[in-house]
Design a protein around this ligand. Structure first.
Ligand code: GCB
Length: 656
């Protein structure tokens, strides 16, 4: 009896094993709208963050709530609820084992909508991210469904709300990962002490945190409103004149009236709020602004004024110049270019010195946390990093804006990690994850590269056409940024590199191979980077290297897991990187990882992955001080930055 019951459950999470050798390029639905919610004279924004009510479904009966229509009334009428913070992962909040729950959970809360909102405007409900799949009801009516963690989605709820009255929002979230989700996982049914249970497994090395991870907003727009703004920029050869190209799409009935010719008034303001350029759009609602003299957007430590942002004000006007809508966004003016040797920003070669990271912290899991975000950026700047990769999924929009402001370059990664079993269905979802990511992040000056996967199994035959299709699709959406993927298969087996612009490779010398052998790092790194470059004739990045390190464990001579060992591992890599830098095509080094983070339970992980340069509480390990000296030394050598006063501790007069 129990067995057939559980078979039904696993059947719901159908397992796909199709090895598709012939993959067809199918259209992916285009994301619309979803400009970051901002207030203006025509828009209001209201946060629905706070404490929501929460129910976990019975693991063996994940669809019960839908069948029994839990969304039709308050959740507490169907099941006892517990308080749950939003935004946050739900996993580490309770004292029982909610952590390892597989399947659906439910949230609801009430909120008030003012009477004033009923007048001649539209109301939108927007989620920054829910992992992994979300179903949303307003006052018992279904308004939106979205699949894919770490990416925003929204729905117009104008006709679902009670104005001048209380409303209820209900969310069902499903964390199950199968072979056709991004990322992939497996659901199996296995015997346990009580009979049978379902188990979620995955190969990727971070905890599958779930829930309402980022903020929930209600916002208003006028009936006819600015739905999309796309911005690209250019610089004159001598970098004195900047150009901002904008294109706007409008949604609403006024856009369809034949005698109403809508137009855009675009105004560009500098940091001091001074108008530096303005223009009226053409009939396609696009145009160009010229800034002379311009202050280009530069990465941190590459210029004395990094992260310079202008404010672009987009005003939507009717034929009679009536103001219909206003939206403002920050714009950084910069160029990117690349060839077989280099990656350049504003015509200057870039050497990346950065990190692979995670959105991860104690208690909150992957929940948006402004305190953590600001602390992390302070540490990035303290250590002299100029870049990070959003390993292994899109990070919060708030952090993307922060990176723009602080001049931190981002390799923006979609949620495809350890990609395998390349099926047609997976291809569609993978492309959709990139479409959503690029749609969300295309206007950020900090985003300098797209990463289309981390450690995909690119040795398999079907990886060849699969990644060609994924890379071409990405290029069709954005030609202004290069494409990479962090590859771990040996270069002789790889079939994806030919489709990329820049090759990134992950390798753990002296850790997963030749554990403890510090004398087997430098030459291996040099040889492997050369081999990648020889094979593809493209710029090369080492996108991951490192060693698990238990804070406070000291052993001399260095021994695995000790702080001495991590320091030595880094130093041996630095030697290799300096050799490689001389070759001209080696363009960056990224430590794995910025901070310790939680993983699934396994005997290789003591409380999680400990390869952080910082602890999970964001305090430096010994290697952080070494890395800081290197990153600033590189900054001074390559970009003429100055050293912070406290970089070197006074030792003696004899040493300078
Ligand atoms: C990798 C993965 C990363 C892991 C890391 C490790 O290659 O890309 O997700 O956390 O190795 O520490 O094993």
């Amino acid at each position: 009896m129990a067995l057939s019951f559980f078979s039904l459950v696993t059947g719901l999470y159908v397992l796909h094993f199709s090895i598709a050798l012939i993959l067809v390029n199918k259209e992916v639905p285009q994301t619309r709208g979803m400009l970051y919610p901002r207030e203006s004279e025509t828009r209001e924004v209201r946060s629905l963050d706070g404490i929501w009510n929460f129910v976990r479904s019975d693991q063996a009966n994940p669809t019960q709530g839908v069948r029994d229509e839990w969304y039709a009334k308050e959740l507490s009428k169907s099941r006892p609820t517990i308080p749950m913070p939003v935004p946050a992962s739900y996993n580490d909040i309770t004292t029982d084992n909610l952590r390892d729950h597989v399947g659906t959970v439910w949230y609801d809360r009430k909120f008030f909508v003012p009477r004033s909102w009923s007048k001649d405007q539209r109301i939108w409900l927007r989620f920054g991210s829910v992992h992994y799949e979300a179903y949303v009801w307003i006052n018992g009516q279904k308004v939106v469904k979205h699949e894919m963690g770490h990416l925003p989605f929204e729905a117009e709820v104008t006709d679902f709300l009670n104005y001048g009255a209380e409303n209820r929002i209900t969310v069902m979230c499903d964390n199950a990962l199968i072979q056709t989700t991004v990322p992939q996982g497996r659901i199996t049914e296995v015997p346990n002490d009580g009979g049978m249970t379902i188990v979620q497994s995955y190969t990727f090395d971070f905890f599958n945190y779930a829930g309402i991870h980022r903020s929930v907003h209600l916002y208003t727009t006028p009936r006819t409103f600015i739905e999309e703004v796309e911005v690209t920029t250019n610089l004159s050869k001598d970098a004195t004149v900047g150009e901002v190209f904008y294109s706007v799409s409008v949604n609403g009935s006024a856009a369809n009236e034949a005698d109403n010719v809508l137009h855009i008034q675009a105004n560009l303001y500098d940091k001091e709020g001074i108008l530096v350029a303005n223009a009226t759009s053409d009939q396609k609602l696009g145009g160009k602004l010229q800034v002379n003299p311009v202050k280009p957007w530069w990465p941190y430590l590459m210029h004395s004024e990094p992260g310079y942002l202008y404010q672009l004000e987009i005003k939507l006007l009717a034929t009679n110049d009536e103001l219909l809508d206003v939206y403002r966004l920050k714009v950084g003016i910069r160029t990117l270019s690349w060839n077989s040797q280099q990656f350049l920003i504003n015509g200057k070669p870039v050497y990346f010195r950065g990190f692979g990271r995670h959105e991860d912290s104690d208690i909150r899991g992957k929940g948006l946390d402004n305190a953590l975000m600001v602390r992390d950026f302070n540490l990035l700047k303290w250590i002299g990093a100029n870049a990070y990769r959003t390993s292994h999924y899109p990070y919060s929009e708030e952090s993307m804006q922060f990176a723009d402001e602080h001049g931190i370059m981002i390799i923006d990664e979609c949620p495809s990690v350890d990609t395998e079993n390349f099926s047609q269905e997976l291809l569609g979802k993978h492309k959709s994850s990139l479409e959503q990511l690029i749609h969300r992040d295309r206007n950020h000056p900090s985003v300098v590269m797209w990463s289309i996967a981390n450690e995909p199994r690119t040795g398999s035959v079907s990886a060849d056409s699969y990644f060609e299709l994924v890379a071409n699709f990405t290029r069709s959406l954005d030609k202004t940024r290069p494409i990479t993927a962090a590859i771990a298969v040996p270069n002789t087996q790889d079939k994806a590199g030919r489709s990329l612009d820049i090759i990134s490779f992950n390798r753990y010398n002296a850790w997963y191979s030749n554990a403890g052998r510090l004398d087997m790092i430098t030459q291996n790194v040099i040889d492997e980077a050369i081999a990648w470059n020889k094979r593809y004739n493209k710029p090369i990045i080492m996108s991951e290297y490192g060693a698990d390190t238990l804070e406070g464990l000291h052993m001399q001579p260095a021994y695995v897991w000790s702080e001495e060992f991590q320091t030595e591992v880094f130093s041996r890599h630095f030697k290799a990187f300096d050799e490689l830098r001389k070759k001209g095509w080696f363009i960056g080094e990224f430590v794995w990882n910025f901070a310790d983070f939680k993983t699934a339970q396994t005997y290789t992980r003591v409380g999680g992955n400990k390869k952080g340069v910082f602890t999970r509480a964001r305090q430096p390990k010994a290697a952080a001080h070494l890395l800081r000296k290197r990153y600033f030394a590189l900054g001074r050598d390559l970009d003429q930055c100055s050293f912070p006063d406290d970089l070197f501790t006074y030792i003696a007069d004899l040493i300078s």
